[in-house]
Design a protein around this ligand. Structure first.
Ligand code: SAM
Length: 323
Protein backbone atom coordinates (compact mmCIF):
# COMPACT_ATOMS: atom_id res chain seq x y z
CA UNK A 1 0.00 0.00 0.00
CA UNK A 2 1.16 3.52 -0.75
CA UNK A 3 2.78 5.10 2.34
CA UNK A 4 0.95 8.21 3.39
CA UNK A 5 2.74 11.04 5.08
CA UNK A 6 2.00 12.79 8.36
CA UNK A 7 4.03 15.88 9.26
CA UNK A 8 4.47 15.99 13.06
CA UNK A 9 3.11 19.20 14.55
CA UNK A 10 5.08 21.41 17.00
CA UNK A 11 7.93 18.91 16.69
CA UNK A 12 10.78 21.06 18.08
CA UNK A 13 8.63 22.44 20.87
CA UNK A 14 7.59 18.89 21.84
CA UNK A 15 11.23 17.73 21.89
CA UNK A 16 12.24 20.69 24.03
CA UNK A 17 9.51 20.22 26.62
CA UNK A 18 9.37 16.43 26.75
CA UNK A 19 13.20 16.43 27.00
CA UNK A 20 13.79 12.87 25.75
CA UNK A 21 17.18 11.42 26.57
CA UNK A 22 18.93 8.17 27.37
CA UNK A 23 17.51 6.45 30.43
CA UNK A 24 14.02 7.93 29.98
CA UNK A 25 10.93 6.00 28.96
CA UNK A 26 8.44 8.12 27.04
CA UNK A 27 4.95 6.99 26.15
CA UNK A 28 3.76 8.27 22.81
CA UNK A 29 0.05 7.70 23.36
CA UNK A 30 -0.88 8.62 19.78
CA UNK A 31 1.81 7.05 17.64
CA UNK A 32 0.39 7.77 14.16
CA UNK A 33 3.30 7.48 11.70
CA UNK A 34 5.80 7.87 14.59
CA UNK A 35 6.86 11.42 13.69
CA UNK A 36 7.28 12.47 17.33
CA UNK A 37 8.28 8.95 18.43
CA UNK A 38 11.18 9.03 15.97
CA UNK A 39 12.35 12.28 17.54
CA UNK A 40 12.26 10.72 21.03
CA UNK A 41 14.13 7.64 19.76
CA UNK A 42 16.74 9.78 17.97
CA UNK A 43 17.43 11.42 21.33
CA UNK A 44 18.06 7.96 22.86
CA UNK A 45 14.87 7.68 24.92
CA UNK A 46 13.00 4.36 25.05
CA UNK A 47 9.55 4.76 23.52
CA UNK A 48 6.30 2.90 24.06
CA UNK A 49 3.85 3.92 21.38
CA UNK A 50 0.08 3.36 21.42
CA UNK A 51 -2.34 3.60 18.55
CA UNK A 52 -5.82 2.18 18.20
CA UNK A 53 -5.53 2.21 14.41
CA UNK A 54 -4.13 -1.03 13.04
CA UNK A 55 -2.99 0.68 9.82
CA UNK A 56 -0.80 3.05 11.84
CA UNK A 57 0.64 0.16 13.86
CA UNK A 58 1.33 -1.91 10.73
CA UNK A 59 3.00 0.97 8.95
CA UNK A 60 5.29 1.71 11.94
CA UNK A 61 6.01 -1.99 12.41
CA UNK A 62 7.27 -2.19 8.82
CA UNK A 63 9.24 1.04 8.88
CA UNK A 64 11.07 0.14 12.09
CA UNK A 65 11.32 -3.63 11.52
CA UNK A 66 9.50 -4.46 14.77
CA UNK A 67 8.69 -8.04 15.76
CA UNK A 68 5.58 -9.29 17.50
CA UNK A 69 6.00 -10.12 21.19
CA UNK A 70 2.36 -10.32 22.31
CA UNK A 71 -1.09 -11.06 20.99
CA UNK A 72 -4.19 -9.24 22.28
CA UNK A 73 -3.25 -6.53 22.57
CA UNK A 74 -0.84 -6.81 19.67
CA UNK A 75 2.57 -5.66 20.84
CA UNK A 76 5.66 -5.26 18.64
CA UNK A 77 9.19 -4.43 19.71
CA UNK A 78 12.71 -3.78 18.55
CA UNK A 79 15.40 -2.61 20.99
CA UNK A 80 14.05 0.42 22.79
CA UNK A 81 10.92 0.87 20.67
CA UNK A 82 7.71 -0.93 21.64
CA UNK A 83 4.33 -0.38 20.03
CA UNK A 84 0.94 -1.43 21.33
CA UNK A 85 -2.27 -1.69 19.34
CA UNK A 86 -4.67 -0.30 21.92
CA UNK A 87 -6.62 2.71 22.97
CA UNK A 88 -4.55 5.00 25.21
CA UNK A 89 -7.28 4.78 27.83
CA UNK A 90 -5.84 1.30 28.48
CA UNK A 91 -2.25 2.39 28.90
CA UNK A 92 -1.94 1.35 32.55
CA UNK A 93 -2.88 -2.34 31.97
CA UNK A 94 -0.66 -2.48 28.86
CA UNK A 95 2.31 -1.18 30.88
CA UNK A 96 1.55 -3.82 33.51
CA UNK A 97 1.80 -6.46 30.78
CA UNK A 98 5.18 -5.06 29.78
CA UNK A 99 6.30 -5.08 33.42
CA UNK A 100 6.82 -1.30 33.47
CA UNK A 101 5.89 0.48 36.69
CA UNK A 102 6.76 4.09 35.89
CA UNK A 103 7.67 6.28 32.93
CA UNK A 104 9.28 9.70 32.61
CA UNK A 105 7.03 11.19 29.95
CA UNK A 106 3.59 10.78 28.42
CA UNK A 107 2.82 12.57 25.17
CA UNK A 108 -0.50 12.94 23.32
CA UNK A 109 -0.94 14.40 19.83
CA UNK A 110 -4.69 14.10 19.55
CA UNK A 111 -7.17 13.63 16.76
CA UNK A 112 -6.78 12.01 13.36
CA UNK A 113 -3.59 11.72 11.34
CA UNK A 114 -3.21 12.90 7.76
CA UNK A 115 -3.16 9.28 6.48
CA UNK A 116 -6.54 8.70 8.18
CA UNK A 117 -8.01 11.97 6.97
CA UNK A 118 -6.69 11.56 3.43
CA UNK A 119 -7.79 7.94 3.05
CA UNK A 120 -10.76 8.15 0.68
CA UNK A 121 -12.37 5.05 2.21
CA UNK A 122 -12.38 5.76 5.95
CA UNK A 123 -15.10 8.38 5.91
CA UNK A 124 -13.33 11.03 8.02
CA UNK A 125 -13.53 13.68 5.33
CA UNK A 126 -16.38 15.23 3.38
CA UNK A 127 -13.93 15.56 0.47
CA UNK A 128 -14.56 11.94 -0.51
CA UNK A 129 -17.85 10.18 -1.14
CA UNK A 130 -17.66 6.88 0.70
CA UNK A 131 -19.25 4.77 3.45
CA UNK A 132 -20.05 6.48 6.74
CA UNK A 133 -17.36 4.90 8.90
CA UNK A 134 -15.03 7.26 10.90
CA UNK A 135 -13.76 4.52 13.22
CA UNK A 136 -10.13 5.01 14.24
CA UNK A 137 -10.14 1.48 15.64
CA UNK A 138 -11.26 -0.82 12.84
CA UNK A 139 -12.17 -3.55 15.35
CA UNK A 140 -14.79 -1.34 17.04
CA UNK A 141 -18.44 -1.98 16.19
CA UNK A 142 -19.97 1.48 16.41
CA UNK A 143 -19.50 3.51 13.23
CA UNK A 144 -20.79 6.86 11.97
CA UNK A 145 -23.41 4.92 9.96
CA UNK A 146 -24.92 3.54 13.20
CA UNK A 147 -25.10 6.95 14.82
CA UNK A 148 -26.53 8.70 11.76
CA UNK A 149 -29.11 6.00 11.11
CA UNK A 150 -30.22 4.97 14.59
CA UNK A 151 -29.87 7.80 17.14
CA UNK A 152 -33.01 9.82 17.87
CA UNK A 153 -33.21 13.43 16.83
CA UNK A 154 -32.54 14.74 20.36
CA UNK A 155 -29.35 12.72 20.79
CA UNK A 156 -28.09 13.52 17.29
CA UNK A 157 -28.78 17.19 17.78
CA UNK A 158 -26.94 17.18 21.14
CA UNK A 159 -23.89 15.49 19.57
CA UNK A 160 -23.78 17.95 16.67
CA UNK A 161 -24.27 20.97 18.94
CA UNK A 162 -21.86 19.94 21.71
CA UNK A 163 -19.08 18.23 19.76
CA UNK A 164 -19.37 20.32 16.60
CA UNK A 165 -20.35 23.62 18.27
CA UNK A 166 -22.80 23.87 15.37
CA UNK A 167 -25.55 26.51 15.63
CA UNK A 168 -27.81 24.66 13.22
CA UNK A 169 -27.53 21.31 15.00
CA UNK A 170 -31.27 20.85 15.46
CA UNK A 171 -32.10 21.54 11.80
CA UNK A 172 -29.32 19.23 10.62
CA UNK A 173 -30.35 16.42 12.99
CA UNK A 174 -34.00 16.69 11.96
CA UNK A 175 -33.06 16.60 8.29
CA UNK A 176 -30.82 13.54 8.80
CA UNK A 177 -33.69 11.69 10.51
CA UNK A 178 -36.12 12.66 7.71
CA UNK A 179 -33.76 11.45 4.99
CA UNK A 180 -32.81 8.04 6.42
CA UNK A 181 -31.25 5.75 5.42
CA UNK A 182 -28.11 7.87 4.94
CA UNK A 183 -25.43 5.56 3.61
CA UNK A 184 -22.57 7.73 2.39
CA UNK A 185 -20.53 10.79 3.33
CA UNK A 186 -21.73 12.38 0.08
CA UNK A 187 -25.41 11.97 1.02
CA UNK A 188 -24.74 13.30 4.51
CA UNK A 189 -22.85 16.33 3.18
CA UNK A 190 -25.77 17.17 0.86
CA UNK A 191 -28.30 16.83 3.72
CA UNK A 192 -26.23 19.15 5.92
CA UNK A 193 -25.92 21.73 3.11
CA UNK A 194 -29.65 21.73 2.48
CA UNK A 195 -30.46 22.05 6.19
CA UNK A 196 -28.33 25.17 6.68
CA UNK A 197 -29.34 28.71 5.71
CA UNK A 198 -27.46 29.85 2.57
CA UNK A 199 -25.57 32.60 4.44
CA UNK A 200 -24.19 30.12 6.99
CA UNK A 201 -22.67 27.96 4.25
CA UNK A 202 -20.22 30.65 3.21
CA UNK A 203 -17.37 31.00 5.75
CA UNK A 204 -16.30 27.35 5.99
CA UNK A 205 -17.37 24.04 4.54
CA UNK A 206 -20.93 23.51 5.84
CA UNK A 207 -20.22 19.86 6.80
CA UNK A 208 -17.01 20.58 8.77
CA UNK A 209 -18.59 20.92 12.22
CA UNK A 210 -21.01 18.03 11.85
CA UNK A 211 -18.27 15.70 10.60
CA UNK A 212 -16.07 16.69 13.55
CA UNK A 213 -18.96 16.03 15.94
CA UNK A 214 -19.69 12.58 14.52
CA UNK A 215 -16.01 11.63 14.60
CA UNK A 216 -15.73 12.64 18.26
CA UNK A 217 -18.86 10.62 19.10
CA UNK A 218 -17.86 7.51 17.11
CA UNK A 219 -14.47 7.35 18.78
CA UNK A 220 -15.60 8.64 22.20
CA UNK A 221 -12.65 11.01 21.91
CA UNK A 222 -13.35 13.11 25.01
CA UNK A 223 -14.11 10.09 27.22
CA UNK A 224 -10.89 8.38 26.09
CA UNK A 225 -8.89 11.56 26.67
CA UNK A 226 -10.14 11.93 30.23
CA UNK A 227 -9.28 8.30 31.00
CA UNK A 228 -5.93 8.58 29.18
CA UNK A 229 -4.91 11.66 31.19
CA UNK A 230 -5.81 9.97 34.47
CA UNK A 231 -3.86 6.84 33.49
CA UNK A 232 -0.89 9.01 32.51
CA UNK A 233 -0.85 10.48 36.03
CA UNK A 234 -0.81 6.99 37.52
CA UNK A 235 2.32 5.97 35.64
CA UNK A 236 4.30 9.24 35.53
CA UNK A 237 7.35 9.46 37.75
CA UNK A 238 7.99 12.59 39.80
CA UNK A 239 9.57 15.14 37.44
CA UNK A 240 8.04 13.37 34.42
CA UNK A 241 6.37 15.51 31.78
CA UNK A 242 2.85 15.25 30.45
CA UNK A 243 2.43 16.91 27.04
CA UNK A 244 -0.79 17.25 25.07
CA UNK A 245 -1.35 18.71 21.60
CA UNK A 246 -5.02 19.30 20.90
CA UNK A 247 -6.76 20.52 17.76
CA UNK A 248 -10.09 21.92 18.87
CA UNK A 249 -11.44 23.91 21.77
CA UNK A 250 -13.31 20.99 23.39
CA UNK A 251 -10.11 18.96 23.76
CA UNK A 252 -8.03 21.96 24.78
CA UNK A 253 -10.57 22.96 27.45
CA UNK A 254 -10.62 19.44 28.85
CA UNK A 255 -6.80 19.37 29.06
CA UNK A 256 -6.61 22.85 30.58
CA UNK A 257 -9.21 22.00 33.23
CA UNK A 258 -7.56 18.67 34.00
CA UNK A 259 -4.17 20.35 34.50
CA UNK A 260 -5.71 23.05 36.70
CA UNK A 261 -7.64 20.52 38.79
CA UNK A 262 -4.48 18.47 39.34
CA UNK A 263 -2.42 21.55 40.22
CA UNK A 264 -4.90 22.88 42.74
CA UNK A 265 -7.29 20.10 43.76
CA UNK A 266 -7.78 21.07 47.43
CA UNK A 267 -11.40 21.82 48.24
CA UNK A 268 -10.89 22.90 51.89
CA UNK A 269 -12.02 26.38 52.91
CA UNK A 270 -8.89 28.58 52.67
CA UNK A 271 -9.22 29.70 56.30
CA UNK A 272 -8.61 26.14 57.57
CA UNK A 273 -5.18 26.03 59.20
CA UNK A 274 -4.31 22.76 57.47
CA UNK A 275 -5.64 20.84 54.46
CA UNK A 276 -8.12 18.18 55.53
CA UNK A 277 -9.63 17.06 52.23
CA UNK A 278 -6.65 14.93 51.30
CA UNK A 279 -6.73 16.04 47.67
CA UNK A 280 -3.10 16.79 46.96
CA UNK A 281 -1.60 18.41 43.83
CA UNK A 282 -0.09 16.03 41.33
CA UNK A 283 0.90 18.39 38.54
CA UNK A 284 2.62 21.69 38.10
CA UNK A 285 1.61 23.54 34.96
CA UNK A 286 4.65 24.46 32.84
CA UNK A 287 2.89 26.29 30.00
CA UNK A 288 0.64 28.98 31.48
CA UNK A 289 -0.62 29.57 27.94
CA UNK A 290 -0.71 26.87 25.28
CA UNK A 291 2.15 26.77 22.79
CA UNK A 292 0.99 27.45 19.23
CA UNK A 293 2.72 26.82 15.91
CA UNK A 294 4.76 29.64 14.38
CA UNK A 295 3.60 31.30 11.18
CA UNK A 296 6.46 29.45 9.38
CA UNK A 297 5.11 26.10 10.57
CA UNK A 298 1.58 27.00 9.53
CA UNK A 299 2.88 28.02 6.08
CA UNK A 300 4.62 24.65 5.70
CA UNK A 301 1.79 22.60 7.21
CA UNK A 302 -1.65 24.19 7.16
CA UNK A 303 -3.06 21.40 9.31
CA UNK A 304 -0.95 22.63 12.22
CA UNK A 305 -2.88 25.90 12.42
CA UNK A 306 -5.30 24.88 15.18
CA UNK A 307 -2.72 23.00 17.30
CA UNK A 308 -2.29 23.97 20.98
CA UNK A 309 0.25 22.24 23.19
CA UNK A 310 0.05 22.22 26.99
CA UNK A 311 2.75 20.78 29.25
CA UNK A 312 2.67 19.88 32.94
CA UNK A 313 5.12 18.17 35.26
CA UNK A 314 4.35 15.42 37.76
CA UNK A 315 5.22 16.57 41.24
CA UNK A 316 5.64 14.67 44.48
CA UNK A 317 2.34 14.23 46.18
CA UNK A 318 2.44 16.12 49.45
CA UNK A 319 1.19 14.61 52.66
CA UNK A 320 -2.34 15.24 53.93
CA UNK A 321 -2.12 17.93 56.59
CA UNK A 322 0.41 20.09 54.69
CA UNK A 323 -0.57 23.08 52.60
C1 SAM B 1 -2.49 13.33 15.07
S1 SAM B 1 -2.11 11.63 14.91
C2 SAM B 1 -0.55 11.46 15.69
C3 SAM B 1 0.59 11.67 14.76
C4 SAM B 1 1.95 11.36 15.33
N1 SAM B 1 2.28 12.21 16.45
C5 SAM B 1 3.01 11.50 14.26
O1 SAM B 1 3.84 12.43 14.35
O2 SAM B 1 3.03 10.70 13.33
C6 SAM B 1 -3.17 10.88 16.09
C7 SAM B 1 -3.08 9.38 16.15
O3 SAM B 1 -3.61 9.00 17.40
C8 SAM B 1 -4.44 7.89 17.25
N2 SAM B 1 -5.43 7.97 18.33
C9 SAM B 1 -6.38 8.91 18.52
N3 SAM B 1 -7.07 8.65 19.63
C10 SAM B 1 -6.54 7.53 20.18
C11 SAM B 1 -6.82 6.76 21.34
N4 SAM B 1 -7.84 7.09 22.18
N5 SAM B 1 -6.06 5.68 21.61
C12 SAM B 1 -5.03 5.33 20.77
N6 SAM B 1 -4.74 6.01 19.64
C13 SAM B 1 -5.48 7.10 19.35
C14 SAM B 1 -5.03 8.00 15.88
O4 SAM B 1 -5.40 6.73 15.39
C15 SAM B 1 -3.88 8.64 15.09
O5 SAM B 1 -3.10 7.67 14.47
Amino acid sequence: MEKMIHIPVLFHEAMEHMAPKEGKIIIDATLGRAGHARGFLDREAAVIGFDQDLEAINSVKETFGLVQIHDNPLIYKNNNFTVVHDNFKNLAPALDLLGIKAVQGVFFDLGVSSPQFDDSERGFSYRFDTELDMRMDQTQELSAWDIVNSYDVETLSKIIREYGEERFARRIAASIVRNRPVDTTGQLTEIIKQAMPKKAREDQHPAKRTFQALRIAVNDELGALEKGLNSALEVLDTGGRLGVISFHSLEDRLVKNFFKAQEDPCICPRDLPICACGKTPKLQIITKRPIQPSSEEIKLNRRSRSARMRIAERITTREVGEW
